[in-house]
Design a protein around this ligand. Structure first.
Ligand code: ADP
Ligand code: MG
Length: 366
């Protein structure tokens, strides 16, 4: 694990400054059209309501995708790392990979600077094999107000700062996972402008969650008009619902029915809801976060099969907060839920990218 600064990232503010006062729609459109093809590997995880499992889902998606790339590399196939970025002042994303309070934890200062002060873009390289991560934290509390201030001079160009940054480094990554909070309008707009595909996690069955989905659909509709014509919901993923005999229970069935009605009313496809879902496993999820191990890594560790990627030595079997060995079977089940979910999600994203590429006139790529 080490800090890595991308060497050739150019400043973004001069680009916005070219638009002297506020840019016209045409100027923004031309810039957006240039950016779009470079941002098709950016997947946003967001919803219009907090605590729905954005960070848990985003971190696990990033990890599963990284593991796949590591396996490709081990088999002599082409592979690229994954980048995880959390835009949330709560900084929970740091915990998912064990970065919290470690030597690289700067509370999000570097990330804030990179997005809004034309700072260098620095990531923590190899937080896990084939996985890099930016560091979030309380300093990102200023992100929205900074973007808002920039927008006074540069209009909607301010919301493209993140997209302009990511477009310059996206080719180094197979996928970039962007986890952003719906709390701050400016942050959310920036995330929606950058990510081509959006995944909404759903963890609660109350109507607040349904409202969160409606809000998301509305925000995306607005985003498509100016900032990102390609922004769409790629999938809705359910987390933390009970499984009985490996099947969903009435609780999730009811939620699905409600969301189906809502999607139809919003002219969206009910097929956006992924069939697979992540089972309820609160204790294990908490342990994963506290120990900085995504579910799949926890499962490998609990099975006594995880090797330290620096030393190649087997990692001791993890213990819970009471000192008991983490049980292997539940950890493997949770990890396999993520495996199925991520497989389905990426199939959809790739299919959509093929359609977008055909529109570019470049033809589909498998
Ligand atoms: N499979 C699961 N079952 C039950 N609870 C879970 C599961 N996965 C995550 N959680 C819990 O859900 C809570 C909210 O998740 P989080 O990812 O922080 O949401 P957000 O990023 O949307 O605020 C966390 O306390 C987490 O431990
Ligand atoms: Mg979060």
């Amino acid at each position: 694990m080490k800090l890595y600064t991308f060497p050739d990232v150019t400043a973004r503010m001069p680009l916005l400054a070219e638009f002297d006062d506020a840019p016209t729609d045409k100027e923004v459109d031309a810039l957006v059209a240039q950016l779009r093809p470079r941002l098709r590997n950016v997947i946003g995880v967001t919803i219009g309501k907090g605590g729905q499992g954005k960070t848990t889902l985003a971190a696990n998606v990033a990890y599963m995708l990284a593991e796949e790339q590591a396996a490709r590399a081990a088999n002599g196939k082409s592979a690229k790392p994954i980048l995880y970025i959390e835009l949330d002042a709560n900084g929970n994303g740091r915990r998912e990979f064990g970065l919290q309070e470690g030597e690289f934890d700067d509370d999000g200062a570097r990330l804030l600077k990179a997005i809004t002060f034309d700072g260098e873009f620095t990531v923590v390289r190899d937080v896990k094999p084939y996985l890099d991560s930016a560091v979030s934290g309380s300093r990102l509390g200023d992100l929205s107000s900074r973007i808002s201030r920039i927008s006074m001079a540069h209009g909607s160009g301010a919301y493209l700062l993140l997209a302009l940054l990511l477009a310059q480094i996206s080719h180094f990554y197979r996928w970039i996972i962007l986890d952003f909070s719906p709390g701050d309008k400016e942050t959310q707009r920036s995330g929606m402008a950058a990510a081509t595909h959006h995944v909404a996690p759903v963890m609660d069955s109350d109507n607040g969650t349904l409202d969160g989905l409606t809000t998301l659909a509305q925000l995306l509709r607005r985003t498509r008009k100016v900032l990102n014509p390609e922004a769409e919901i790629a999938a809705i993923a359910f987390l933390g619902f009970n499984k009985r005999e490996e099947k969903q229970t009435a609780q999730l069935e009811i939620v699905r029915t409600k969301i189906e009605d809502q999607l139809i009313a919003a002219n969206l496809d009910p097929g956006l809801m992924l069939d697979g879902f992540v089972r309820k496993a609160e204790g294990l999820a908490t342990l994963c976060r506290n120990q900085g191990r995504p579910a799949r890594e926890m499962a490998m560790a609990a099975a006594g099969e995880l090797k330290d990627h620096a030393t190649g030595e087997l990692v001791p079997r993890p213990r819970d907060e009471r000192g008991r060995l983490v049980e292997k079977a539940p950890a493997i089940k949770l990890a396999s839920d993520y495996g199925d979910l991520v497989g389905d999600l990426i199939r959809r994203v790739r299919a959509r990218n093929n359609v977008l590429r055909e529109k570019d006139g470049q033809g589909a790529v498998a």
